[in-house]
Design a protein around this ligand. Structure first.
Ligand SMILES: C[S@@+](CC[C@H](N)C(=O)[O-])C[C@H]1O[C@@H](n2cnc3c(N)ncnc32)[C@H](O)[C@@H]1O
Length: 372
């Protein structure tokens, strides 16, 4: 078993051997051994009970393997609902008070999942649509191409203080509020795990980008993430990359072994997104401090984002617009015709290649240097 160092100590010593490991066991039985209220986030990609025939024919006559795995078979809906209720009850028990849970599914099962979850007391925060630009076609042309799946993001009850890294997701979405429709391609190419014969190892391996959005939006570094249906270990791989901890249960021995091998190759990386640098209050660093430490210099030009407005930094840490010398806040308010404005968000400067760099980003850079 492999333990990666967490950014904050896990208070769950009792979890001991489970943390950062893949357990080859039925998740309902396995989860019973986890203590109450011990995980920060659950991601569950359960069997969908798709009830499809295995082999589909492409238009060129070649065969496409649909999901026809034994693990996706149930006697009937009552059997599926019973299974769903049991694993969800264990997830609910091991979730901390303010933890959240993502459960994904498709039209075959998502309505059952949502109904059962609401009846159990879960509170739905969003139903996120995973829209697939490269979805599998409807080969026979008998229905619309099914090009999305749904993720229910829920808390244990209505009043939970769950983690939502709003600013980080907005940053990742180019400065715009992230929406509940995510365009992410299905898992292909080098990311797709292959067996020894070069065949697709798992019929439903999820793309890492999907898990990246889930984990970055709703967990903190060092959090413990539980995935009861681990498959190829996508949740664990992204958790490890982003400095989170994981526990995975997987019934199938082969998938378990491949997932373990996949995880052994993942190296954690740390950047301001994974560390959620945008969620903390901006560091209190003055213009004078930035001048003193040569992050900016007197005479340097600052611009509005559209470059329409231009001012010059003065030796006192103010800015001059050709008429008067004011603080960055008073000057940005003046240029916008407002009573007050936050100049850190208004001014930009030119980087090495003449690209615009936010003045505000210098405060973060300064802070990182002074206190890594
Ligand atoms: C939809 S797949 C998950 C795929 C995974 N998200 C990935 O990216 O590889 C569901 C997985 O759950 C496993 N499974 C089914 N029933 C299980 C159970 N009762 N306990 C643990 N694993 C189970 C299956 O073997 C399958 O690998």
């Amino acid at each position: 078993m492999e333990i990666i160092s967490a950014h904050r100590p896990l208070e769950t010593i009792l979890l001991g051997d489970f943390v950062n490991s893949v357990i080859n066991e039925d998740c309902i039985e396995g989860m019973k051994r986890l203590p109450d209220e011990s995980v920060d986030l659950v991601f569950a990609d359960p069997p969908y009970f798709m009830q499809t025939g295995g082999i589909l024919q492409r238009t060129d006559g070649t065969k496409f393997m649909g999901v026809d795995d034994l693990w996706d078979k149930f006697k009937d809906y009552a059997d599926y609902d019973d299974f769903t209720t049991k694993w969800l009850a264990e997830c609910r028990r091991v979730m901390k008070k303010d933890a959240s849970i993502w459960v994904m599914g498709s039209f075959q099962n998502i309505y059952r999942l949502g109904y059962i979850m609401q009846n159990m007391g879960f509170w739905i925060l969003n139903d996120v649509i995973w829209s697939k630009p490269n979805a599998v076609p409807n080969f026979r042309g008998t229905r619309f191409q099914n090009s999305h799946e749904t993720l229910l993001w829920c808390t244990k009850s209505k009043d939970c203080r769950y983690t939502f890294n709003y600013k980080t997701m907005k940053f990742l979405n180019g400065g715009k509020q992230e929406k509940s429709v995510w365009n992410i391609g299905i898992c292909v190419g080098g990311e797709r795990l292959r067996d020894k014969e070069g065949r697709k190892l798992h019929s439903t391996q999820k793309p890492e980008k999907l898990l990246y959005n889930v984990i970055i939006s709703s967990s903190k570094p060092g959090d413990l993430i539980l995935d009861p249906f681990f498959g190829t270990g996508t949740t664990g791989a992204v958790a490890k990359k982003t400095g989170r901890n994981y526990i995975g249960f997987e019934l199938d021995k082969t998938y378990t072994e491949y997932a373990r091998e996949r995880l052994s190759k993942v190296r954690p990386s740390s950047d301001s997104v994974t560390r959620l640098g945008m969620e903390t209050k901006p560091p209190r660093v003055s213009m004078q401090k930035l001048l003193e430490c040569a992050y900016i210099r007197p005479g340097q030009k600052l611009f509005s984002k559209d470059r329409e407005r231009e001012v010059v930094v003065t030796p006192s840490g103010h800015v001059y617009d050709g008429q008067e010398e004011l603080s960055i806040h008073k000057m940005s308010a003046k240029l916008l015709g407002l009573a007050n404005y936050n100049g850190w968000g208004y001014f930009w400067l030119e980087g090495e290649n003449k690209e615009l760099v936010a003045l505000d980003s210098l405060r973060y850079r300064y802070k990182e240097k002074v206190k890594p």
